[in-house]
Design a protein around this ligand. Structure first.
Ligand code: S3P
Length: 167
């Protein structure tokens, strides 16, 4: 089995869908953010605060390159990862990239009380989210091999991925 890489906006359910998918397939789930946090022994928010976003993006790229070499795993990426061509290229050969497509208002509602995502800790949270969402969606769609409606229960989304990917 090729690796399955889940991509999409913050709050689209990559981690929860990934948990369901890995359980159903009986394979390991690796979350790029958790992988980076473990390697660096720091929270993502601390990495952003101490070193800035560009530094985080380099760590994220390193994580994508390393994880792309695994065999038969589910990889849940951070919401920015697949907006960078170098990360798309890292995953292209050995992985199927699946976009979890969730409308802006649904993710905005899920994220309204979130304090863990550095890019959203702003007064104009909804506007910032909308701007990012609008600019990223075309990039996710370009990167994805498969687009799945993510506005369903995580288990349903996982089952739909299994059906689409045909595994
Ligand atoms: C980010 C999304 C986060 C995390 C970091 C940056 C982004 O992951 O990687 O805060 O740029 O969208 P989730 O999509 O899991 O929230």
């Amino acid at each position: 089995m090729k690796n399955i890489v889940l991509c999409g906006f913050m709050g689209c359910g990559k981690t929860t869908v990934g948990e369901n998918l890995s359980r159903k397939l009986g394979v390991k789930l690796i979350d790029t953010d958790a992988y980076i946090e473990q390697k660096e022994n720091k929270r993502i928010s601390e990495i952003f605060a101490e070193h800035g976003e560009a530094y985080f993006r380099d760590l994220e790229h390193e994580a994508c390159v390393e994880l792309a070499h695994r065999k038969g795993v589910v990889i849940a990426t951070g919401g920015g990862a697949l907006t960078f061509e170098r990360n798309v290229q890292a995953f292209k050969n050995n992985c199927i990239i699946v976009l979890l497509d969730v409308p802006l208002d649904v993710v905005a509602d899920r994220l309204k009380t979130d304090t863990s995502r550095p890019l959203l800790q702003r007064e104009d949270k909804y506007e910032a989210m909308k701007q990012l969402y609008d600019s990223r969606m075309p990039l996710y769609k370009k990167a994805a091999d498969i687009v799945i409606d993510g506005d369903n229960s995580p288990l349903q989304v996982a089952m739909n991925i299994i059906k689409e990917v045909n595994i």
